[in-house]
Design a protein around this ligand. Structure first.
Ligand code: PMT
Length: 215
């Protein structure tokens, strides 16, 4: 018999917004559904769950503690503040890789708008969080995600990368279903069929439990 003790999960979800001024931002179509499903599945399995959510229109799953953030840097600060006693970090969030170099305090008039935007890199949250025993990332790709997922798994030193081809029907942003591959550091790739995001989430939670119980 396999016995799992309750663990503490941090799950990130949704997009980040990188503001140019108070009313304009760079972002992406993430709705938070995948991350909220992971939070729900982890809680249903008896774990303590903190959900760090970008701007989304979803209800917090019962029993889950939620922290709302806007930008990648807000998300980094929230995860950093929570990570010390976490056992598992699951980063489903679609974190913006860049932000505008300058953020205006008030709405830019058309005449003040630059023709080109200077961008600066955002911090890589997952790469910088080395603490939790189990670290799981996603790789959203437009096309076959496996090679990219394997590269991210190696470079970020992760236990699992969930490869997500966001161009496939029923997969990726805003859908209730997903078709993913599970890529592990030994290079193995497991393709899952199209299933609900909640079913994918249960697979991820079960994987985290196995890794944690293996020590
Ligand atoms: O929210 P939904 O509408 O349900 O959509 C789900 C989803 C498509 C957003 C989700 O399934 C998904 O694929 N999430 C990852 C999106 C992504 O940003 O992938 P990436 O390949 O750019 O990033 C790789 C990993 O590094 C991710 O775990 C990401 O959270 C993390 N990252 C990325 C950039 C950054 N600056 N810091 C990070 O930690």
């Amino acid at each position: 018999m396999v016995y799992y003790t309750a663990m503490r999960f941090i799950v990130t979800a949704g997009p980040t917004r990188e503001h140019l001024d108070p009313v304009r931002f760079l972002s992406n179509p993430s709705t938070g559904r995948m991350g909220f499903a992971v939070a729900r599945a982890a809680r249903a399995a008896g774990h303590a769950v903190t959900l760090v959510a970008g701007p989304v229109a979803l209800k917090t799953p019962p029993g889950v503690r939620r922290i709302d953030v806007v930008s990648a840097r807000d998300m980094l600060a929230a995860v950093r503040a929570e990570v010390a006693d976490a056992d598992v970090l699951v980063m489903t969030a679609a974190v913006a890789d860049w932000r505008p170099a300058r953020r205006a305090k008030s709405k830019l008039k058309k005449g003040e708008m630059p023709d080109t935007l200077k961008l600066v890199r955002n911090p890589d949250i997952l790469k910088s969080m080395r603490g939790p025993r189990v670290r799981i990332g996603f790789a959203a790709e437009t096309g076959l995600p496996d090679a990219e997922a394997a590269r991210k798994c190696r470079e970020k030193g992760l236990d699992l990368v969930v490869g997500n081809d966001v161009t496939r029907p029923g997969s990726g942003f805003g859908t209730t279903t997903n078709r993913v591959s599970l890529v592990t550091p030994d290079g193995s790739v497991r393709h899952l069929p199209l299933m609900s995001k909640l079913a994918v989430a249960h697979r991820i939670v079960a994987f985290a439990e196995r890794i944690a119980s293996d020590g």
